[in-house]
Write a protein that binds this ligand. Structure first.
Ligand SMILES: Cc1cc2nc3c(=O)[nH]c(=O)nc-3n(C[C@H](O)[C@H](O)[C@H](O)COP(=O)(O)OP(=O)(O)OC[C@H]3O[C@@H](n4cnc5c(N)ncnc54)[C@H](O)[C@@H]3O)c2cc1C
Length: 486
């Protein structure tokens, strides 16, 4: 895995370079037009707008759900990059009109002739203004999403539809009044880029559902496995037309689940698959109650039609014999259970240490199955940890922190062990930090799965790398604008 992780890092860096090239491409194309330089503020305003608009269109590709990409760099990394670049492009595009008009070049109100808006012809002036305001609203609603009184699905619909509208308004504005975009090549670039953005949206909401329709699933059973936690088992719906071809997932991956109702509706939820591929045709999810969908699982009748979009994710086992450390918090046990079931199916001889942490005993997952597994896999050791232990509890207590991890993972094993971490964002962050900073486990050997994509969810080394990349890109882009046009 370390080799794989290094390869994935190189792949990630190549992608970042490609991304930077793509968002700079319109600026470079504009610079190559060799037009008369204008006051630097005007060219900076054009450059910011072009790079910002290119970033906006790239956002559609980033959220366009590529299984291939998510397997290599992880969906959480992609989505956090999407969110971070949303902030960067907002800054670029919000600055754009100010650089032209304020505080210089403002035309006195009385001199406008009625056919203009912000000193621009009326129609592109209005489309530009609508796109500009719309973008601010879109990003505000994305950042404040969890504190607003909307259902996640309502937000998601308006986020996609709103972004599309902004892209189309922005395209009109750019083609009509963009100084450099009047030229055929750059105009053509924008039309192709918007078409690709529309295709990425159609990929998620149209082409993928059409593909899923050929492989329907049905609910085989719902069973309570711990406090407020359910096992939801699916099987291919042969009567509904499923051809029986296995879902091509690897242990540790996840799928978007769409339950009942019309195929094209927007309601779907990502869940890690907790069964292992060898258990096909059984596909199991382990789900904790969190809101309206997950809170109603017990009311889902067997036989209910379901669709799975997947597999996605990079929480994967390698093929080496290196020792494994698995740390699960609560329902973070789901993808780890899939890895363990896979290792059991392989009769693995690897040294495996599992730490399952919960608040109270009623939340412990798969205790009996883990005990049976520990008898089959001679090198598997299972530890349970409770934050609020009952009287007489003989397991670990507290939360997974440096001291306990230091006792469980011998110093000699730290350099070679691969550590899989899944649980609440705060736990993942604390464990990653303990492993890497305090215990000296190489960062490339810590593999985490996050159930939350919000940028606020602490992001560890991948997050820091993204932050560094984004700031560097912003500085390079600003530098190109300021100097390429001089
Ligand atoms: C990669 C991944 C794997 C996951 N695996 C598991 C798992 O194995 N077991 C488990 O219990 N939970 C898992 N989750 C979390 C699970 O998706 C949410 O708890 C669930 O969607 C909540 O839906 P709800 O309608 O009950 O709650 P809501 O009240 O609708 O949502 C609660 C929160 O869940 C998140 N959420 C809701 N819908 C979506 C969506 N379509 N896409 C992304 N986030 C969403 C949002 O942050 C939202 O604020 C996973 C999440 C991700 C991203």
């Amino acid at each position: 895995m370390a080799g794989t992780t290094t390869r994935n890092r190189q792949f990630g860096l190549t992608l970042l370079a490609l991304y930077a090239f793509l968002i700079l491409l319109p600026v470079i194309m504009a610079a190559l037009q060799g037009r008369e330089p204008r006051p630097w503020r005007n060219d900076l305003a054009s450059g910011l707008a072009m790079a910002g608009f290119a970033m906006l269109l790239a956002e559609f590709l980033l959220s366009g759900r590529s299984r291939w990409l998510s397997r290599r760099i992880g969906m959480d990394v992609i989505m956090r990059f999407h969110q971070f670049m949303g902030h960067v492009l907002l800054a670029f595009l919000l600055l754009h009109p100010f650089l032209y008009n304020l505080p210089m070049n403002v035309q006195p109100y009385g001199e406008l002739d009625g056919a203009t808006w912000l000193s621009l012809p009326m129609a592109p002036g209005i489309t530009g203004l609508l796109a500009w305001v719309g973008l601010g609203v879109l990003v505000f609603f994305a950042v404040a999403r969890d504190s607003l009184p909307f259902r996640y699905e309502t937000w998601r619909f308006w986020h996609g539809f709103g972004a599309l509208l902004i892209a189309l308004l922005g395209l009109h504005h750019t083609l009509e009044v963009g100084r450099y975009s009047q030229q055929d090549w750059l105009g053509g670039f924008w039309i192709i880029a918007v078409a690709l953005a529309v295709l990425a949206l159609a990929h998620v909401h149209l082409f993928t559902p059409l593909r899923e329709r050929r492989r329907p699933f049905r609910v085989a059973g719902v069973e309570r496995v711990a406090d407020r936690t359910w096992s939801l088992v699916m099987e291919p719906d042969r009567d509904g037309g499923h051809d029986g071809r296995p879902l091509p997932y690897e242990a540790g991956q996840f799928a978007w689940l769409k339950m009942g109702g019309p195929l094209f509706r927007i309601t779907e939820h990502p869940f890690s698959i907790s069964s292992s591929p060898d258990q096909w045709p059984r596909v199991e999810f382990t789900i904790k109650e969190a809101g309206d969908f997950t809170g109603g699982l017990d009311r889902i009748p067997s036989g209910t039609r379901a669709y799975l979009d997947g597999p996605y994710g990079s929480f994967l086992l390698d093929e080496s014999e290196r020792p494994l450390v698995m740390i699960a918090g609560g329902v973070g046990m789901a993808p780890i259970m899939s890895l363990l079931r896979q290792l059991r199916a392989q009769g693995s001889k690897r040294r495996i240490l599992l730490l399952q942490a919960n608040r109270h005993a009623g939340q412990i997952l798969y205790r009996e199955e883990l005990a049976a597994m520990a008898r089959e896999l001679e090198h598997l050791t299972v530890h349970y940890m409770l934050g609020e232990p009952p009287e007489g509890w003989d397991g670990l207590t507290g939360v997974p922190r440096t001291e306990v991890l230091a006792t469980l993972i011998p110093e000699a094993a730290r350099g070679e062990s691969l550590c899989y971490v899944c649980g609440p964002p705060a736990m993942i962050h604390a464990v990653e930090s303990s492993l890497v900073r305090e215990l000296g486990v190489p960062a490339a050997q810590v593999i985490s799965e996050r159930f939350q994509y919000s940028f606020g969810a602490r992001s560890g080394s991948a997050g820091r790398a993204l932050l560094a990349f984004s700031v560097t890109t912003a500085v390079i882009v600003a530098g190109v604008f300021l100097f390429a046009f001089r």
